[in-house]
Design a protein around this ligand. Structure first.
Ligand code: GLU
Length: 419
């Protein structure tokens, strides 16, 4: 029996079984590696603006505590449930281990559509969620960060709420904060920049010139917008982008800086142009060099995978590709170079780690140092993944996850089973 249910958890479990089979992990070791250590569900009551009281359900799952504190984002979305949060926590573990961070994975969230509540309600809900989590988190226990539906402001409220209860400022309790309240330079851009950095590296290896290359981006939140901007600055034409309001297409390339200014002031891409509208359902299968899914999980199923026309699939989102789609992509390995999510979007948690280190030391770095170190870590992990994939004759995803799972397994093995 388990409380974790639903398609996203099933996907994380399915992926783990592929890795466990490849690594020949004995059956009696598997549950210890896969199943989350802790899951907390809290009721968050708030006063609505109309005077009524509403209760929102919040979650936090801490996957393993073997290598240090747990680390991961907090998602505000109507899709959030304990199974989805657990899957995302598990992926955080493999991601942190792959890139060499001293963390286990965690994830949290509230089942709420943040666009349907007022700014005041968002603030009180964020604060109430953190207040309910105080017994379960801490700078050396579990460190939150942004994810879908949350942002720097929400992190500042989390930090402030935790600090007010401690009676002192504890910046190291969350990452992804505004620079003004203990955040690091380069965190806001980190995930998108990392996606673009790895995509560019693959284009160079495939001898595709950046100036003739095209990109398509699904999702225009923190990850998609900064990935688009970085690719645009490097000379690529970003021919299509989408968000939950629709999609835009321009064969000569969209004006990404102008689109970001529009999205910043309007909250989404709607209303940017009357002429450039495009069917979002066709976005993923557009012909392009780099496709960046940077929205939801499970958007690339077997059928979409079969119809993809990109050269590089740079997974900005967590879990965008289903295991069925992976089987299709495995057959298309010579046509499509997959940069799997746990590597591709790991720039975010890498720079979160830098933020935590800087907060603990009260010693802050220049942005150039942050970005240089981020790219160094991404390049090292990329090399490990590619080498492993060639040596073991396995897909990039299997290689990346195998490296992550192996590191967690080695830590558990050497520590032993208590008592
Ligand atoms: N939510 C992001 C992720 O899925 C960032 C996590 C973090 O910075 O801790 O990787």
């Amino acid at each position: 029996m388990t409380v974790y249910a639903g398609p996203v958890f099933a996907m994380a479990a399915n992926q783990f079984n592929v890795i466990a089979n490849h690594l020949e992990i004995p059956l009696d070791e598997r549950a210890r590696l896969l199943m989350p250590k802790r899951a907390v569900t809290v009721s968050c009551p708030i006063h609505r603006d109309d005077g009524t009281v509403a209760v929102f359900e919040g979650y936090r799952v801490q996957h393993h505590l073997t290598m240090g504190p747990t680390k991961g984002g907090t998602r505000f979305s109507p899709s959030v449930d304990i199974g989805e949060v657990a899957a995302l926590a598990i992926w955080m573990s493999w991601k942190c281990a792959l890139v060499g961070l001293p963390y286990g994975g965690a994830k949290g969230g509230i089942n709420v559509d943040p666009s349907k509540i007022s700014p005041r309600e968002l603030e009180v809900l964020s604060r109430r969620y953190m207040q309910e989590m105080i017994p379960f988190v801490g700078p050396h226990t579990d460190v939150m960060a942004p994810d879908m539906g949350t942002n720097e402001q929400v992190m500042a409220w989390f930090m402030d709420t935790y600090s007010m209860y401690q009676g002192r400022t504890v910046t190291e309790i969350v990452t992804g904060k505004p620079v003004a309240s203990g955040g690091t330079l380069g965190r806001r851009e980190a995930t998108g920049r990392g996606v673009a950095h790895l995509a560019k590296r693959v284009l160079k290896e495939l001898s595709i010139s950046l100036n003739n290359a095209t990109a398509v981006i699904q999702g225009f939140g923190n990850v998609g917008s900064y990935a688009a901007l970085e690719l645009h600055h490097c000379g690529l034409k970003v021919i299509a982008v989408s968000d939950h309001t629709g999609a835009l297409y321009r064969a000569e390339g969209l004006d990404i800086p102008a689109l970001i200014r529009h999205a910043d002031s309007h909250g989404n891409i709607a209303g940017f142009s009357n002429e450039l509208h495009f069917d979002p359902a066709e976005l993923l299968t557009l012909a392009c060099d780099v496709l960046v899914p940077a929205a939801m999980e499970r958007v690339i199923d077997a059928k979409v995978a079969d119809n993809l026309k990109c050269r590089v699939l740079a997974e900005g989102a967590n879990g965008p590709t289903t295991p069925d789609a992976d089987l299709v992509l495995e057959k298309r390995q010579d046509e499509i170079f997959v940069i799997p999510d746990i590597l591709c979007n790991s720039g975010g948690v890498v720079v979160s780690y830098f933020e935590w280190v800087q907060d603990l030391q009260q010693l802050f770095w220049e942005e150039e140092e942050v970005t240089r170190r981020e790219y160094h870590i991404l390049d090292r992990a990329f090399d490990h993944m590619v080498t492993r994939s060639k040596v073991d004759k396995i897909t990039h995803r299997t290689a990346a996850m195998a490296i992550g799972v192996e590191k967690v397994r080695a830590a558990k093995k050497t520590r032993g089973l208590f008592p």
